[in-house]
Design a protein around this ligand. Structure first.
Ligand code: TMP
Length: 208
């Protein structure tokens, strides 16, 4: 962990390609932490603040240059850190975020093909010392993820992408998991919900 000594709380991020099933498990983790006496702040990216949610709306529905997309993801993140993550950690809360910077590497880097050095520069600018204490990467084969997308609602800009886009996102996520094994835990999201919950509880026990 590379956080300043003023940080008292813990920061957990959740990642995975669309349809990997992370939403169900975020609620479980928040509940589990609450039951273990922690004050939990649940949030998401892009979004999590008034400005961030407006940026989310643009990002999920408007076509734009891939560098604009990367910059707006980090703009939303900057606001999220300032308004939610840093104050929460300073209070000693546990901040649980549905996505963080690994998603930019996976989607804008892997999926869209933006050079990794661009993301590294933005990361260095926006959060040079802050990293999640733990990142849970929910991993599933692409066919499983696609089948899980709710066909009854309108899919957003990312969800409408083709299989090769998501394969590239998944590959980049797994590459990062191999690069940062002390932070990123890969959870096989094809397991039953009960099996995943048991695994999550064991991981969280170690972080308490
Ligand atoms: P969600 O559907 O998990 O809420 O995430 C919204 C979409 O935004 C999802 O398709 C992934 C994408 N995204 C990026 O492309 N880059 C990012 O940095 C983040 C945080 C999300």
């Amino acid at each position: 962990m590379t956080q300043s000594s003023t940080v008292k709380g813990k920061f957990i991020s959740f990642e995975g390609i669309d349809g990997a099933g992370k939403s169900t498990h975020i609620a479980f983790v928040a509940e589990w932490l609450g039951a273990h006496g922690k004050t939990v702040v649940s949030s998401r990216e892009p979004g999590g603040t008034t400005v961030g949610e407006k940026l989310r709306d643009l990002l999920l529905h408007e076509k734009m240059h891939l560098e604009t997309e990367a910059l707006l993801m980090f703009a939303s993140r900057r606001e999220h850190i300032a308004q939610v993550i840093a104050p929460g950690l300073a209070r000693g809360d546990w901040v649980v975020s549905d996505r963080f910077t690994d998603a930019s590497f996976a989607y804008q880097g892997g999926g869209r093909g933006l050079d990794r050095s661009k993301m590294e520069a933005l990361e260095q600018w926006v959060h040079p010392t802050l990293q999640p204490n733990l990142t849970l990467l929910f991993d599933v084969p692409l066919a499983v993820a696609r089948a899980r997308l709710d066909a009854t609602r309108t899919l957003d800009k990312f969800e409408q992408e083709q299989a090769d886009f998501f394969e590239a996102c998944r590959t980049e996520y797994l590459r990062r998991a191999a690069q940062f094994p002390e932070r990123i835990v890969v959870v096989d999201s094809t397991q039953s919900i009960d099996a995943i919950r048991a695994q999550l509880a064991a991981i969280l026990e170690k972080l308490l």
